[in-house]
Design a protein around this ligand. Structure first.
Ligand code: HEC
Ligand code: HEC
Length: 296
């Protein structure tokens, strides 16, 4: 019996040592990845300044998911603020005090939104640039033109920082792929710019840049466990899901009102409040695209 306890003690000690080593390894891995610098030559996108372009940029921002994280005045939100995990605020985008708009060059805007890299060359955390990567030069130019025209709002946020536990979970992938620059192939050829229209192709473009996959899953078939533990199960949008059986009118009505055909209100975890500002043609194109996936 004595012997058993001795061996048991040694085995337990060894196991404990292994766990400590693993945690140390994950922390070192996280530090290397968070401190990695990316040198990105931002594409020389022309940034217009005429009112029509700024208005188009405003429409993209008002109907996309920027405000879901950066707030309705785009001056930022605490976004992730968890004593266990850390603080990752979604930045103030205006030219006010504490806003990136007060210091960003055109190249800084492109590098952040399209490539997920900040002016110091580090990866952005959680900011879904891998979706915005699909924005065509002209649409991204309009968006940046609008962001540069925002009225200044003074709001300062702390630097993003994970706790030691947050770092371990982030490097183990338990928080999702939050080190955004790693999700983008910086050397790949640019995806071709789509032609605007009520087509499944344009719907595919809108689905990418609106981040539908970020929440509904890569295959849009829904996910059981959303990254935000407070969020409900995220339903699928393609074959086999309830939404796939909705008519075009029912789909548009759901996004516009936040109420499904069977009278179920959507929660605030689905950014319908922003997506409802899409045009009829844009929503029709998304519906066509989702249907084309269901038909496959
Ligand atoms: C899912 C939440 C989320 C969405 C959606 C989102 N952002 Fe962000 N964004 C963040 C977070 C979090 C940060 C801070 C990242 C960091 O500091 O590492 C950020 C940072 C930024 C930055 C600053 C980069 C820097 O160097 O500090 C810009 C610019 C930006 N976002 C623009 C946008 C625009 C434009 C949109 C919409 C097209 C958008 N974001 C949508 C979460 C989001
Ligand atoms: C930030 C996460 C997020 C994003 C981005 C997002 N959704 Fe959702 N969506 C949800 C969640 C969560 C639900 C379930 C909401 C609920 O029950 O309150 C939902 C529900 C829906 C529903 C209702 C489905 C049903 O069966 O009730 C539709 C339709 C939908 N989303 C379409 C879209 C489309 C199209 C996009 C892209 C333009 C999109 N969503 C982007 C999180 C998201």
């Amino acid at each position: 019996m004595r012997k058993f306890f001795k061996w048991f003690g040694i085995a337990l000690g060894a196991l404990f040592g292994l766990v400590l080593l693993l945690l140390a390894g994950l922390t070192i891995n996280a530090n290397i990845r968070l401190n990695r610098t990316y040198s990105i030559q931002a594409d020389p996108i022309p940034i217009p300044s005429d009112p029509a372009s700024i208005e188009r940029g405003r429409q993209w921002v008002a109907s996309g998911d920027c405000m879901y994280c950066h707030g309705s005045d785009l001056a930022g939100t605490a976004f992730l603020d968890d004593p266990m995990l850390g603080k990752i605020p979604a930045r103030n985008l205006t030219p006010g005090i504490g806003g990136v708009g007060s210091t960003f060059t055109d190249a800084d805007w492109v590098r952040a939104i399209r490539y997920g890299v900040n002016p110091e060359g580090h990866s952005l955390i959680i900011m879904p640039s891998s979706d915005f990567y699909y924005f065509s030069d002209s649409d991204l130019g309009d968006i940046i033109a609008y962001l540069k025209s925002l009225p200044p709002v003074d709001k300062e946020w702390p630097e993003p920082e994970f706790t030691p536990l947050g770092k371990i979970l982030a490097s183990a992938g338990a928080l999702g792929n939050v080190i955004e620059a790693e999700n983008i192939d910086h050397g790949a050829a640019r995806p071709s710019a789509p032609t605007e229209g009520v087509t499944p192709e344009y719907g595919a473009y809108l689905t990418e840049v609106s981040g539908c996959r970020m929440c509904h899953g890569e295959d849009l078939a829904g996910v059981e466990t959303p990254p935000n533990p407070a969020a409900p199960f995220v339903p699928g949008l393609v074959a086999g899901s309830e939404a796939a059986s909705w008519s075009e009118a029912e789909f548009i009505q759901t996004i516009r009102t936040g109420i499904t055909p069977d009278n179920r209100p959507l929660t605030q975890f689905m950014p319908w409040i922003d997506f409802r500002n899409m045009t009829d043609d844009q929503l029709k194109a998304i519906w066509l695209y989702l249907n084309s996936l269901s038909a496959e």
